[in-house]
Design a binder for this molecule. Structure first.
Ligand code: SAH
Length: 211
């Protein structure tokens, strides 16, 4: 799986500007037990470089996309990172291998509970999961060094921009659902200005509206 992800980095380097997996992300992909975060029926496929169904109409993202999103935020060991869209918990686990704390929000209760249970069994003490609407972010835990949104938004949520530290980085797929979206990298400068770069076309499940 890691070799396939590496190969995709090489193919897409012209778009992403990333020629290879960083050593940190490479090590994290090698460590996380992806087969323990997918439904039992999908285990044989867990180490393919593909998205997989996880129930409730949702998917665990393709490993390449998880790796790329993680590299784009330039994670460091002291970071506190917010994830929107816990899903299987795989992206959270990859982040948790690298950073100090991961805060992840999931809107579908059964998915969030299942992910929390599995991540606990796998020994991740530095991931907190909350059931709720990710559009609002997690104000009580803000600000964050980085934010990774793993479902497609029609626009960049203001609350998330507000919860990003100066110098912080956010990765978010933006565009209409059911079509391709653009994976955006948004960097907040030390002065609080926002710089947005479109990284590559992607296809994510949509962010669901909160109630
Ligand atoms: N990061 C996940 C990918 C999950 S797919 C993984 O590694 O497996 C996107 C997830 O976002 C789904 O689980 C979906 O239920 C969740 N989601 C959709 N809308 C949301 C919202 N408004 N707030 C929080 N989570 C949301």
């Amino acid at each position: 799986m890691v070799a396939e992800v590496e190969a995709m980095y090489v193919e897409t380097r012209g778009l992403t500007g990333l020629p290879a997996l960083s050593p940190r992300v490479h090590a994290a992909l090698g460590k996380v037990d992806r087969h323990r975060l997918v439904p039992a029926g999908q285990r044989a496929l867990a180490y393919r470089n593909h998205p997989l169904p996880i129930g409730q109409g949702q998917t665990i993202s393709q490993p390449y996309i998880v790796a790329l999103s993680t590299d784009l935020i330039m994670p460091a060991p002291h970071h506190r990172v917010l994830e929107v869209g816990t899903g299987s918990g795989y992206q959270a686990a990859v982040l948790a291998e690298i950073v100090a704390s991961v805060f992840s929000i999931e809107i579908i209760e059964v998915l969030g509970k299942e992910a929390a249970q599995q991540l606990k069994k796998l020994g991740y003490g530095n991931i907190q999961i909350r059931i709720g609407d990710g559009y609002q972010g997690w104000p009580e835990q803000a600000p964050f060094d980085a934010i990774v949104v793993t479902a497609a938004a029609s626009r960049v949520p203001e609350a998330l921009l507000a919860q990003l530290k100066p110098g912080g980085r956010m990765v978010i797929p933006v565009g209409a659902s059911g079509e391709t979206q653009e994976l955006l990298l948004i960097v907040k400068t030390a002065e609080g200005r926002l710089a947005t770069k479109s990284v590559l076309p992607v296809r994510f499940v949509p962010l669901l509206p909160g109630r």
